[in-house]
Design a protein around this ligand. Structure first.
Ligand SMILES: NC(=O)c1ccc[n+]([C@@H]2O[C@H](COP(=O)([O-])OP(=O)(O)OC[C@H]3O[C@@H](n4cnc5c(N)ncnc54)[C@H](O)[C@@H]3O)[C@@H](O)[C@H]2O)c1
Length: 402
């Protein structure tokens, strides 16, 4: 029996309405019902724009919710830099070459040393050339007594960074002045070649005594009409040691960043523990010992090696940290480090200070920041000692030229 038609509606429309309301039992929807729905979309009542419900923002499902793993990171664009390590077959030079060859910003690494080095520079280069890294490594040898400027054209041309651990380590009984005279002459030969073949490169001096060698070389550069700020003394080992020595704190060493200012020998080394958020929590009475520990750390290594060597591995680590920061800066990723270079932040013309490495080398020198009472007193002691060592360097530059 069929149901009586609804009053006011034709039997055809009733049938359609029923069809629309009732999907077929077998398929859930009937084709007719679906067609009817498409033909007559439901009308929404018109609302004023103010009252209209805002569209709900689409919730983005995380990659994990979609059953996918984390997105592979876009590889950062790396630099294509040429680096030379002078004295690259020595105690510091070899591990320094290893660490620089591993830097993705290094496209070409030159290992330069004398023919009397512990191992031939080409041997170090061949060895490092087998690393599965992009750097092409080449060795360059010079006979003792020859001049770098006559031998290093190919080696230095196009260099962006030259690291210089070439020189003599201090022998027992040797005065600082004796060592300075020998090493300043070695450094001068290399700096002269850099001035000729790669005047825009940054030069990182490791050769001791840094406090005098750097002013000497930077002033020689200035005399030649070049930028003295291209020459920096690598004091990063003092920062590395200060960071490590406060590590009894509940912070990993790479989270500690103690700036170390002043110079790079004995009392001229001034760690600013008050400027690191972890180190500043150390009891004030422990600071003088910690300060002394950083100053004497080089001697501790020499003693531990029974006088048969000095800090070579930690120095290479620190030199590479600075070198990588210089290259990162040149590649457009600014880095702040402490380095010993020409300065205007105190009354001394050379000082280890916080600098920012950018696309042109040193792009900014940062102010000293706040010093506590202990550090202020120590700064006066630093200045007295450092002044004399800078003067030795300035005198050398007056008497020589590139
Ligand atoms: N800045 C620091 O914190 C720090 C720390 C440790 C040592 N140093 C200094 O670094 C220098 C090197 O120390 P090392 O332990 O590696 O000594 P090393 O004797 O093992 O190596 C020095 C290398 O320089 C080479 N060399 C010497 N004269 C050269 C020249 N004219 N041209 C090219 N190469 C030359 C030598 O052949 C040798 O391979 C020394 O002056 C040392 O005092 C500095």
């Amino acid at each position: 029996m069929t149901a009586p038609p609804t009053p006011g509606r034709s039997s055809a429309s009733t049938t359609r309405a029923r069809t629309r309301r009732r999907p077929s039992r077998r398929t859930g929807t009937s084709a007719r019902w679906r067609r009817a729905r498409r033909a007559r979309p439901r009308r929404r009542p018109r609302l004023s724009p103010r009252l209209r419900p805002r569209p709900r923002p689409r919730r983005r499902r995380s990659r994990r919710a979609k059953g996918k793993g984390p997105r592979a990171k876009e590889p950062r664009k790396t630099g294509e830099f040429k680096v030379c390590v002078c004295g690259g077959a020595g105690g510091i030079g070899q591990p320094l070459c290893l660490l620089m060859a591993m830097d993705p910003n290094v496209k070409e690494l030159c290992v330069f040393d004398l023919n009397v080095a512990m191992v031939p520079a080409q041997g170090v280069a061949t060895d490092l050339g087998h690393l599965e890294k992009k750097a092409a490594v080449k060795g360059y040898v010079m006979e003792v007594g020859q001049k770098p400027v006559d031998n290093l054209e190919e080696c230095l041309t196009g260099c962006h960074l030259v690291l210089i651990p070439a020189g003599m380590p201090r022998k027992p009984g040797q005065t600082r002045d004796d060592l300075f005279k020998i090493n300043a002459d070695i450094a001068k030969g290399i700096v002269e070649a850099c001035a000729k073949y790669c005047p825009d490169a940054m030069l990182g001096m490791i050769v001791n005594p840094v406090n005098s060698v750097v002013p000497a070389m930077a002033e020689l550069y200035k005399k030649k009409g070049l930028d003295p700020m291209k020459i920096v003394g690598i004091t990063t080992l003092d920062v590395v040691r200060a960071n490590k020595f406060v590590v009894r704190l509940p912070a990993p060493p790479d989270r500690v960043n103690v700036p170390v200012i002043g110079g790079h020998a004995g009392t001229t080394i001034l760690p600013l523990f008050s400027q690191d958020k972890h180190a500043k929590t150390i009891d004030a009475e422990k600071i003088p010992d910690l300060d002394k520990h950083v100053q004497d750390a080089g001697t501790d290594v020499v003693n531990a090696k029974n006088g048969k060597g000095s800090a070579t591995l930690s120095m290479a680590y620190a030199g590479a940290r600075l070198g990588k920061s210089v290259l990162a800066g040149l590649a457009g990723q600014r880095r702040t480090e402490c380095a010993y270079c020409k300065s205007e932040i105190t009354d001394l013309p050379y000082f280890a200070q916080k600098v920012v490495f950018g696309k042109e080398g040193i792009s900014k020198v940062l102010p000293l920041g706040e010093l506590n009472e202990y550090e202020t007193k120590r700064l006066e002691e630093v200045k007295v000692q450092l002044k004399g060592e800078i003067e030795s360097g300035l005198k050398y530059a007056e008497e020589n030229s590139l």
